[in-house]
Design a protein around this ligand. Structure first.
Ligand SMILES: Nc1ncnc2c1ncn2[C@@H]1O[C@H](COP(=O)(O)OP(=O)(O)OP(=O)(O)O)[C@@H](O)[C@H]1O
Ligand SMILES: [Mg+2]
Length: 319
């Protein structure tokens, strides 16, 4: 029983999940602490949704071990289910039911007694009370996600899994959605979420960078940012897209990343001479004046760099 009070909400060792010959989860090791917001980050097909389905007990693994909230995932998954909530990537609400009726449906699904009071709280919490009689099918993307979140929380789970909760939500509603998630954390609920947005991952307490069903790095965003080998530079030139195209010729794709208003140049060896040579190349090609300065990497820079170091970009561009 002590284990049920362990400070780890989730711990997995060597989890493996295959779909026919395809290995979707390839020896997954994760530790998620109670009360934290943990972000599972990775490109399309990395295995994020599969990992969540395993941890909810919806898929059976081919190997490995996992405990969730102290329960053995494979022997005690029935007992676990009442303590977890799952917002799937393709969450479907009943479009011809109202907000109120959708929550009622989930309350009954989970056999929640006295759900009316809980529903009122959740509606207030997600700021949906004024719209409660509106049909779910008539809601905006952001409101649908908030309703889905309310349905996920109706049975007062201790741990919730949110698979890409902010995809399809406009930036303004996304801010509101994050403040709602902060409120959930403040109530002591553990959140494991996936996101394709690395700027969102920066807001998690800890993250794992997932690639091909394996954790490449995990830790706080600051720890992961500090783990990029070499040095990162910001290059400035009058026309960044043109400068990017000129420099990209003959360089590995992960070395140069063009963001909207910035061009990042990564030297895995930490050689300032490489950045100076890139700036000189632009000047010589009439694309200057070019300048460079060392900067600290974002999570996105680290991920792009690590994937590049593994040769992933090359494979993806071939396929
Ligand atoms: N039911 C399934 N049958 C066969 N292959 C599957 C199945 N589910 C997932 N896969 C494969 O497993 C791998 C991991 O898929 P998964 O959906 O977990 O990735 P993801 O990280 O959630 O991707 P996305 O960002 O696109 O949601 C992919 O190669 C996918 O094609
Ligand atoms: Mg997915």
């Amino acid at each position: 029983m002590d284990e049920k009070a362990s400070e780890l909400a989730i711990t997995t060792r060597g989890l493996v999940k295959k779909f026919a010959a395809k290995v979707a989860i390839d020896g997954l090791d994760l530790d998620v602490r109670r009360g934290e917001m943990f972000g599972l980050v990775g490109p399309d097909g990395a295995g994020k949704s599969t990992a969540i389905r395993l941890l909810c007990g919806l898929l059976k693994p081919e190997g490995g071990a996992a405990r969730v909230l102290g329960y053995d995932l494979f022997r005690e998954s029935a007992a676990l289910k009442q303590h977890i909530g799952y917002l799937s990537q393709n969450f479907t609400l009943y479009g011809d039911l109202t907000i109120d009726e959708n929550i009622e449906f989930f309350a009954e699904l989970h056999s929640v007694g006295n759900w009316q009071a809980r529903r009122d709280d959740l509606l207030a919490f997600t700021r949906l009370t004024p719209f409660r009689r509106r049909l779910a099918g008539a809601l905006s993307g952001g409101m649908k996600k908030k309703l889905a979140l309310a349905c996920t929380l109706i049975h007062t789970p201790q741990l919730i899994f949110l698979d890409e909760p902010s995809t399809g939500v406009d930036p303004v509603s996304r801010g509101e959605f994050w403040s709602i998630l902060s409120g959930i954390l403040a109530q002591g609920v553990t959140i494991l979420m996936t996101t394709p947005y690395l700027d969102e991952a920066e807001r998690c307490h800890r993250v794992a960078l997932l690639h091909r069903g394996r954790v490449m790095r995990s830790g706080t965003p600051a720890e992961i940012r500090a783990g990029l080998p070499g040095k990162l530079y910001r290059l400035d030139a009058p026309d960044l897209p043109v400068a990017y195209r000129a420099l990209a010729v003959g360089r590995p794709v992960e070395q140069l990343v063009l963001y909207g208003d910035r061009l990042h140049f990564w030297s895995p060896a930490g050689a300032e001479a490489e950045a100076r040579a890139a700036a000189a190349q632009l000047d010589a090609a009439g694309l200057g004046p070019a300048r460079f300065q060392e900067i600290s990497p974002s999570l996105e820079d680290v991920f792009i760099g690590l994937l590049g170091a593994e040769g992933v970009h090359d494979e993806q561009s071939k396929s």
